[in-house]
Ligand binder design. Structure first.
Ligand code: HEM
Length: 426
């Protein structure tokens, strides 16, 4: 796959949208487009809502209704097998594909139904509720140290360690391992969130997967000798209708849960706070009215979706928006574009923390709806409430133009967010 030569969004439209490089998802590799992808998504939605992208060999849907159709009816079983990997020139990624083929995210019913039922039997609402006080203690502990300093890098100092510590607590592994969990998650997410596989990264991803598998296998052995509460133990013991998870399934789904919960939550905190800093009146309103926190988090999820797109495969020939998508074709469903669709949301480019009609797509939809959404929402509410309680007069500590976004078009988030503030509260 070769990227089209850099052609800016807004270049003269070609007659056939498919041949127009300015509408290719490759545009997201341009740092300026990635920094604010919404005008690009709007031109796709307006000019070619069901778009064949020949540069990516995929269909791209950007309207809310079409994203829903794809998430509801297309196949999530998209992990290439060994033969397809070899054809892609990536034979060495076989062990990664092997593990992913056991993760719920990449399976269709009935295999998906079986796995998700067993995983839900372990990850109960009671387990999430029981995490609430731990999550609060983690946020408090971080802010006890950060608030008096008057400045921090929100990403490195708070938005990354916070969900990593929560993940360690949730799984039941030592909290001091959170840095290692974060490093593995970042490495794996770089592959998950990007539609372009970088051959130079293959060795790193293979090492990451092997290390994670060894770590969680050892955690299972340890649990057998010294049982400790946590999701790993609950997955080992989960039983529904006489079915249990095999050890490799426990490991694979522990990994998808650990990774799924980190980059996304970091992005929700980082991108969300940047959005609020850019709109000081809205930030002041949230500070003055903490009772709107719930709708505020939903709006931040809609407005700056931490997971921007996902992929599916057509199960059968399907017509969407008058375009025939052939069986077996790849489709990118751009949730972040659907979340700004004016056909679905009033004033979609306006941040309205009190928005009521807000069934956004940020957690996906139906079968693969986010497994960790209740925990993610609770983490976000806790993080924002505690940040607003402990720090005041929040401002960027750098020129906005110097902010950098990680080169990950799917899991879109900042490299760093230097802020300065006045400590407040206790
Ligand atoms: C702001 C935070 C989060 C966002 C925006 C988010 C977003 C998503 C999205 C969009 C999907 C569906 C992907 C698809 O259909 O292809 C998904 C699935 C998933 N998420 Fe999350 N997520 C978040 C937090 C979490 C947390 C905290 C966990 C774990 C505790 C988690 C675990 C998962 C898992 C395991 C799946 C796969 C579900 C399935 O395939 O049935 N996520 N998430």
């Amino acid at each position: 796959m070769n990227a089209p030569t850099s052609i800016a969004v807004g270049a003269k439209p070609a007659a056939d949208p498919s041949s127009d490089p300015s509408l290719s998802l490759f545009q997201l590799l341009d740092p300026a487009v990635h920094a604010d992808p919404y005008p690009f998504y709007a031109s796709l939605r307006e000019r070619s809502p069901v778009h064949w992208d020949p540069f990516m060999s995929t269909w791209v849907v950007t309207r809310y209704e079409d994203v829903l159709t794809v998430l509801q009816t297309f196949s999530a079983d998209r992990t290439p097998d060994e033969k397809q990997m070899t054809a892609l020139g990536l034979p060495k990624l076989g062990p990664v594909a092997d593990m992913m083929s056991r993760q719920m995210l990449f399976l269709d019913p009935p295999a998906h139904t079986r796995l998700k039922k067993l995983c839900y039997a372990a990850f109960t609402p009671r387990r999430v509720d029981a995490m609430a006080s731990k999550v609060k203690a983690i946020a408090k502990d971080l802010l006890d140290r950060l608030a008096p300093k008057g400045e921090m890098d929100l990403i490195a100092d708070f938005a990354e360690p916070f969900p990593a510590l929560v993940a360690a607590g949730l799984l039941g592994v030592p909290l001091e391992d959170h840095r290692q969990l974060k490093a593995w998650s970042a490495s794996f997410a770089e592959m998950l969130g990007n539609f372009q596989h970088n051959p130079d990264r293959i060795r790193g991803v293979l090492r990451t997967v092997a290390e994670m598998q060894d770590y969680f296998r050892a955690a299972i052995r340890d649990q057998e000798k010294n049982p400790r509460d946590g999701l790993i133990r609950a997955l080992m013991l989960a039983e529904v209708d006489g079915e249990r998870l095999a050890e490799e399934e426990v490991i694979a789904n522990t990994i998808v849960t650990m990774v799924g919960g980190q980059e996304t939550t970091t992005n929700l905190i980082g991108n969300g706070l940047l959005t609020l800093i850019r709109q000081p009146d809205v930030l002041a309103d949230l500070r003055a009215h903490p009772e709107i926190m719930e709708t505020a988090i939903e709006e931040l999820l809609r407005f700056e979706s931490p997971s921007q797109h996902t992929a599916r495969i057509a199960k059968a020939d399907t017509t969407i928006g008058g375009k025939l998508i052939k069986q077996g074709a790849a489709v990118m469903a751009v949730m972040a574009a659907g979340n700004r669709d004016p056909e679905r949301f009033d004033d979609p480019d306006t941040l309205d923390l009190r928005r009521q009609d807000n069934r956004h797509l940020a957690f996906g939809w139906s079968t693969h709806f986010c497994f960790g959404a209740p925990l993610a929402r609770m983490e976000a509410r806790t993080a924002y409430a505690m940040l607003l309680e402990r720090i005041d007069d929040i401002a960027l500590a750098t020129d906005e133009a110097t902010l950098e976004w990680r080169p990950n078009s799917g899991l879109r988030g900042l490299v760093g967010l230097p802020i300065r503030y006045r400590p407040s509260g206790a």
